[in-house]
Design a protein around this ligand. Sequence first.
Ligand SMILES: [Zn+2]
Length: 70
Amino acid sequence: MKITNCPVCGKFHTGERSYSGLCIDCAEIHLQHSHKIKDYLQQHPFASVMEVYFNTGVPLRSIREVMKNV
Ligand SMILES: [Zn+2]
């Protein structure tokens, strides 16, 4: 079994089926964040990173990551 250390909270976990090395808790939060960002962008397609940040409260890092993949 491979043990990975979560890049967000530092918790050790098995890393199976996890999203980019995140533990289950952080992967869940990441998922909620990306839903929030995508919802906002659907209503405000030309919003800037800062605008999304101020209106959703999601960390900038997550916003940049999601917007990069849109
Ligand atoms: Zn974590």
